[in-house]
Design a protein around this ligand. Structure first.
Ligand code: ADP
Ligand code: MG
Length: 493
């Protein structure tokens, strides 16, 4: 089957001299507006370099974009319910826990805190549902009524921890608007949807802060030792400080939290003499960020406290790939959402997701994958990019794990084949102009939800982001250096 192709927003290629001039201007715009990242090779806190970005916005069908935006509150609520269903989380993660130490440690903290009695019933969920257009058509060729270069969109994953791009999403729209104007194409900007991700996400943090309701309490950002993706973090702080100048924000690593915080007799988390109202994780989603027991002790202390966590530990468990796979199994969505139309709409966005548990279904999935490895992605219980297996690596891993319990820590997912679009990717240190290349995009829709098991205080969609990568690259993490910032150019199709 051939991969569809979407038409770029202006005719390409752009004439050489004009292209070089516009890229020079765009790079300066980027540096002066925080389209940046710290340099990994020559790290210094005194400079940022441009983050990779796509020169022109990538086409995306308007109807599918609207559908994704409208669906987000439904997905938020689903995740909220899953996070609060102890029995479901326990049953779903059971096999993975036997073989995946990281998830098992998270799970242990959750059980411990639950048994002691949760000091804070409110959770702050800042979610990002990542989706790709699917150019494969399930109907046999030529029978699809739509005749578009895509058939639908499918969910890649839903992130419940450290979902980045609150700033980089909206600023991608701004830089590409600037570029379009420099190319004399300013009238096209109207096709780029407004994006208020930064203010939407920060309002979520502020609403949680106000629900906490302790005067002069602080907000704590949990960060990694070195933050390369610094613009994506600091702009949240700038935004909150502009909206609410009286709120102090602290940044601490898990080790520093271990060393500098205490729990008082009311289970309040105390840092620097202040009560912590909200803990927002920008790190802490992968084993490397918990290298020693001190980091785990810090996480446990935070979970035990009255602080409102984003995410709380049950939200992080609800965001695991194993849970995503379990939600796609027959009857599971119905259990959480009933049998109404919304359930059908959510089911539609799932592509094939299969358990590799040590049972009959798992065996069948292994056979199916071995028969056609190109059709699948093999995913371990990890976040943050670069962990998934594709193509011949799927075969090798499955043959190796076939008779080992290890495979229960993976899920098998149908590979989505998004339509191609031609474009230019501007990268730091690369020659100008870059070559015209085939690209594919992944749209992320943000959602904010605040609530307890029984009461939801707020639930809304909050902006979007688009990441684009070379069509032949498997993964597209921008911070990992593979993907590039982009924004959607909406088309009636
Ligand atoms: P992570 O937690 O590492 O971000 P993801 O599930 O988002 O894990 O996968 C990482 C990347 O791999 C995605 O951003 C996407 O580019 C690619 N990818 C993941 N699943 C699929 C899939 N089913 N089909 C095609 N590409 C995929
Ligand atoms: Mg991802």
């Amino acid at each position: 089957m051939t991969q569809g192709r979407l038409t770029s927003c202006i005719p390409l290629p752009v004439e050489h001299k004009l292209l070089v001039t516009v890229i020079e201007k765009a790079k300066d715009w980027a540096l002066m507006h925080g389209v940046g990242m710290r340099d990994r090779k020559h790290f210094t806190k005194d400079a940022i370099q441009i983050a990779p970005f796509v020169l022109l916005p990538s086409p995306f069908p308007q109807t599918e974009f609207n559908k994704a935006v409208e669906l987000q509150p439904i997905l938020n609520e689903l995740m909220h319910k899953v996070a609060h269903d102890d029995e479901f989380l326990t049953r779903t993660l059971q096999n993975a826990l036997q073989v995946d130490e990281f998830t098992a440690s998270l799970f242990d903290i959750w059980v411990k805190v639950r048994d002691e009695g949760m000091a804070q019933p409110i959770s702050l969920g800042m979610l990002r549902s990542d989706i790709m257009l699917e150019s494969r058509c399930p109907h046999t060729e030529n029978q699809c009524a739509k005749h578009t270069p895509y058939c639908s969109w499918k969910q890649v994953e839903i992130n419940s921890i450290a979902s980045g791009f609150g700033h980089l999403g909206p600023v991608s729209r701004e830089i590409q608007s600037y570029i379009l104007r420099q190319l004399g194409q300013g009238d096209l900007i109207k096709n780029m949807p407004e994006n208020r991700a930064l203010s939407g996400l920060c309002s979520g943090i502020i609403e949680a802060y106000d629900l906490f309701g302790v005067p002069s309490a602080i907000i704590l950002f949990v960060v990694e030792e070195i933050s390369y993706n610094i613009c994506d973090q600091r702009f949240h702080e700038f935004e909150i400080s502009e909206k609410r100048p009286e709120i102090m924000i602290y940044r601490r690593t898990l080790t520093e939290i271990y060393e500098e915080t205490t729990l008082n007799d009311k289970k309040q988390l105390i840092l620097d003499g202040h009560t912590v109202a909200v803990v927002y994780y920008r790190s802490g989603y992968e084993p490397a960020q918990y290298p020693s027991t001190r980091e785990w002790d810090a996480r446990l202390r935070v979970e035990r406290s009255t602080a409102i966590k984003c995410p709380s530990i049950h939200y992080q468990l609800a965001g695991t790939k194993k849970v995503q796979q379990a939600l796609a199994a027959p009857g599971v969505l119905e259990k959480f959402m009933g049998a109404g139309a919304a359930t059908g709409r959510v089911r539609d966005i799932f592509t094939g997701l299969y358990s590799l548990d040590f049972d009959e279904n798992g065996e069948r999935a292994v056979d199916m994958a071995l028969a056609d490895t190109e059709r699948f992605v093999l995913k371990p219980q990890r976040e943050g990019g670069g962990n998934n297996l594709y193509g011949s690596d799927v075969r090798e891993a499955l043959l190796r794990m076939r008779h080992s319990r290890e495979r229960a820590a993976y899920i098998l997912m149908e590979r989505i084949l998004p339509p191609l679009v031609s474009g230019y990717v501007v990268r730091p240190g690369a020659s100008v102009p870059p070559p015209l290349t085939d690209l594919v995009s992944e749209l992320g829709i943000f959602g904010v939800i605040i609530g307890t098991k029984d009461k939801i205080y707020c639930n809304r969609q909050a902006g979007h982001m688009l990441r684009t990568k070379l069509a032949d690259a498997n993964e597209g993490g921008v911070a990992a250096g593979l993907g590039a910032l982009d924004s959607p150019f909406l088309l009636e199709m």
